[in-house]
Write a protein that binds this ligand. Structure first.
Ligand code: SAJ
Length: 442
């Protein structure tokens, strides 16, 4: 199959990954179908409306442009796959809560739909983050079994992991280098030709296993880095130091005049927890690829340190209440930020959820605020009124503009601030009469 503009593309899954990808290929001139389970979302997209809230520069406009072009259609009908020359799979790949094993329900269902409607010669590309070995042990067998076609003969297969983050979806797709793992050379060549229509940066060809390890590994690297920062925060609290000053000085370890390299050290940000659609799960996907082969220690331990941070935030809250000689029961506590990252509406695996569970066990009244999430959009002043404590969980820009003098009047005497993202200045806050405890700076 030559990759020309008359190539029809189907994108399976119209979420944070699939929708921008589909729109960019449509903008490039391809006929594109987007297949998604939810009828409501499909209808909204077909009206040219953006289903993703939160700040996504350019997405709203791109949906409108493509809607007017008329070469993109969303549907719930998997039969459309039979019209596609290329099928891109962008469905979620969470891990089981207890076992941390991949929960491929959405992936298996998508592959079954695709296999049952697969046209001979189609190129299937998996963009979802998957455990190493999944292309060979899950994707290939399901597609072969459901279609009756053999990979490399009846259809082509590749893995091109997404490198996206909410808030920068369109920018990242076009400008981040991509790793492309082809099940054979022909799949790589065709996939590379296709992606060059929407990716301006490098596309590095490799094999499927390497591509799977790179993607889950790069996010594991970040998770381990964050765990180091979090453990440094706990150490600084214990020793009475300010981890933010420590981090600043570590990261400023530069040689005079040496502009060649980035700073020698890049200590990440300590915080109230690690959420999101990829970082909390990709370490487990990576480890799963080597299941029964090796028992990694650093990576699971990093996951446990990061998952401990919401509990540590709760401990700081209890310490603050002890300081003012009050119990949590019967008091009102405001939690600022439900999304897992600043200026996003994405709440997947949010660290705020475990924190709320712990507070709810104390019979304190808790009220959540988040400017990007429908259920929590109440005016901030209303949320803070009569509260004894506020816990800052997400670094939304709005919270950086909070007038502490003003909110002090809204809160009860001896108001408490637990700063999960180093938004406030400890000294200034304390001078205003708040009891302040920040992660790594108490
Ligand atoms: N977090 C910290 N400390 C840090 C960085 C993040 O506690 O130093 C927390 C955040 O608050 C959030 C979670 O970790 O709860 C994840 O944040 P993130 O910045 O890693 O954002 P994600 O989940 O969108 O991660 C994506 C990933 N990109 C891809 O998978 C392509 C990740 O590899 C990127 O490094 C990251 O975006 C990014 O650079 O923003």
């Amino acid at each position: 199959m030559k990759i020309l503009k008359d190539t029809t593309i189907a994108v399976c899954g119209l979420g944070y990954v699939g929708l921008p990808v589909a729109l960019l290929f449509a903008q490039a001139g391809f006929k594109v179908f987007g297949v998604n389970r939810g009828k409501e979302k499909v209808a909204k997209i077909n009206l040219g409306k953006n289903p993703i809230e939160g700040k996504e520069p350019g997405l709203k406009e791109l949906i409108k442009t493509v809607h007017h072009q008329g070469n993109f259609e969303a549907t719930t009908d998997p039969k459309i796959y039979h019209q596609a020359d290329v099928i891109i799979v962008a469905v979620e790949t969470p891990v089981e809560e207890e076992t941390h094993e991949p929960a491929y329900v959405a992936m298996r269902s998508a592959l079954k739909d695709i296999g049952q409607n697969l046209k001979k010669g189609t190129l299937v590309i998996v963009e979802s983050t998957i455990a190493p070995g999944t292309m060979k042990k899950v994707v290939k067998p399901i597609l072969e079994q459901e279609s009756g076609l053999m990979v490399n003969k009846g259809f082509l297969l590749a893995n091109c992991p997404e490198r996206l983050m909410p808030g920068f979806l369109l920018e990242n797709i076009q400008n981040y280098n991509r790793v492309l793992g082809g099940m054979n050379q022909k799949a790589s060549e065709i996939a590379k030709k296709l992606y060059k229509y929407i990716i301006k940066s490098e596309i590095e060809e490799t094999d499927c296993l390497t591509a799977e390890i790179v993607k889950s590994g790069e996010n594991t690297y970040r998770d381990v880095q964050i765990a180091f920062a979090n453990e440094m925060a706990l150490l600084c609290e214990a020793m009475g130091a300010n981890v933010w000053e420590v981090r600043r000085l570590i990261n400023n370890c530069k040689k005079r005049g040496d502009t060649r390299v980035e700073a020698l050290r890049q200590m990440h940000l300590p915080g109230a927890g690690v959420g999101g659609h990829c970082i909390p799960k990709d370490s487990w996907l990576l480890i799963y690829g080597a299941k029964d082969l090796i028992e990694p220690r650093l990576i699971p331990l990093s996951r446990h340190i990061n998952d401990f941070m919401p509990r540590h935030t709760f401990h700081l809250l209890k310490d603050a209440f002890r300081e003012i000689g009050k119990n949590l029961e019967g008091t009102k506590i405001a939690v600022l930020g439900y999304a897992y990252a600043g200026n996003s509406d994405d709440a997947r695996n949010t660290p705020t959820e475990p924190l709320l569970k712990m507070i709810n066990r104390t019979q304190a009244e808790v009220i959540v605020h988040d400017p990007f999430i429908q259920d929590y959009k109440k005016p901030l002043e209303e949320v803070l009124k009569g509260t004894q404590a506020l816990i800052l969980m997400t670094d939304h820009d709005q919270y950086k503009k909070i007038d502490l003098k003003k909110i002090k009047k809204l809160m009860r005497a001896k108001p408490i601030i637990i700063d999960g993202r180093n938004i406030f200045d400890k000294e200034k806050t304390r001078k205003l009469g708040f009891v302040y405890k920040g992660i790594g700076n108490i």
